[in-house]
Design a binder for this molecule. Structure first.
Ligand code: 3PG
Length: 311
């Protein structure tokens, strides 16, 4: 995997895949631009080196990237860049259509992947484009891989993994992987309802608040385990935290993790990070990953297609 500094980028059209899939509020305003900020070092470096920038990103929904463009304009203070539209508005992106990959590749001379959060997806802009262009990793991707590789190779024990959120399909298989690697796997949120296997290491909620949050007995049970951990990996809220009525489970567990001073703490995922930012707890974590599902898949030992494509 080539890194950015190994590439001669001057006057080159740099096609940079970013993950600008940021949470938006009801009015469509950005709630947390953490992922945008984390991509700025790559973007600013390329501008400084005299490259031409073509940025691209998806959103998980069908919204456009207008608010992302505005935010980038603010941070880049008049420096020129092109931002393509939400890639998933073209269904060929998720189909990894080679025609689409070639169309994208034609826009650049070099492809840079700085979208760690999407490296678990076999999509055209992730695995297709690097077939047709010289490619490399952006600074964010490089850093994520470096930090998370250390964890993967040499986890501190007890290793406690907490998985919540909604992306059931991605997460069910990582739960199974973590049951082999971790000492305890705590599962809450929507995903808990789809777990249909058992293991002595697996902890599922024992009570709920109106099906939108974990209940107080579950909070107690999870907290007891979190106290024992030397390493904690967390992705995905444990309930509908955006509604104050159902934020208690996620908030209490977040606080419990932060109280554990002995543990190396890693967190990932757009919603989870947004929740931590809101409660002023983000900085208490040792590594805040821009990936949610991607981070979990990487740490569970899977080879991410987006990383393979850069090799
Ligand atoms: C994320 O939010 O985890 C990434 O942007 C990937 O989004 P996706 O789960 O819709 O592929």
């Amino acid at each position: 995997m080539k890194t950015l500094k190994e590439l001669d980028v001057k006057n080159k059209r740099m096609l940079v895949r970013c993950d600008f899939n940021v949470p938006l509020d009801e009015k469509g305003e950005i709630e947390d631009d953490f992922r945008i900020i984390k991509t700025l070092p790559t973007i600013e470096y390329l501008i400084k080196k005299g490259a031409k920038l073509i940025l691209m990103s998806h959103r998980s929904d069908d919204k456009n990237l207008a608010v992302v463009r505005e935010r980038l304009e603010k941070y880049l203070k008049g420096k020129k860049f092109t931002l393509l539209e939400n890639l998933r508005l073209d269904k060929r992106e998720e189909e990894n259509d080679q025609g689409f990959a070639k169309e994208l590749a034609n826009l650049g001379d070099i492809y840079i992947n700085d979208a760690f959060g999407v490296c678990h997806r076999k999509h055209a802009s992730i695995v297709g484009v690097p077939k047709y262009l010289p490619s490399g990793a952006g600074f964010l991707l490089e850093k994520e891989v470096k930090v998370l590789s250390k964890v993967l190779e040499n986890p501190e024990r007890p290793l406690v993994v907490i998985i919540g959120g909604t992306k059931v399909e991605t997460k069910t298989k990582v739960i199974k992987h973590f049951l082999e690697k971790a000492d305890n796997v705590l599962v809450g949120g929507m995903i808990a309802q789809s777990v249909n296997f058992i293991s002595s290491k697996l902890c599922l909620p024992i009570d709920h608040k109106a099906n939108f949050d974990i209940g107080s007995n579950t909070i107690k049970m999870f907290s007891k385990i979190i106290k024992t951990a030397k390493m904690i990996v967390w992705a995905g809220p444990l309930g509908k935290f955006e509604d104050p009525l159902y934020e208690k489970g996620t908030k209490k567990i977040a606080k419990e993790i932060c109280k554990n001073n002995k543990a190396f703490k890693i967190v990932g995922g757009g919603d989870t990070i947004f929740a931590l930012t809101k409660w002023g707890l983000r900085d208490k974590f040792d590594h805040v990953s821009t990936g949610g599902g991607a981070m979990l898949e990487f740490l569970s030992g899977e080879k991410l297609p987006g990383l393979k494509a850069l090799e």
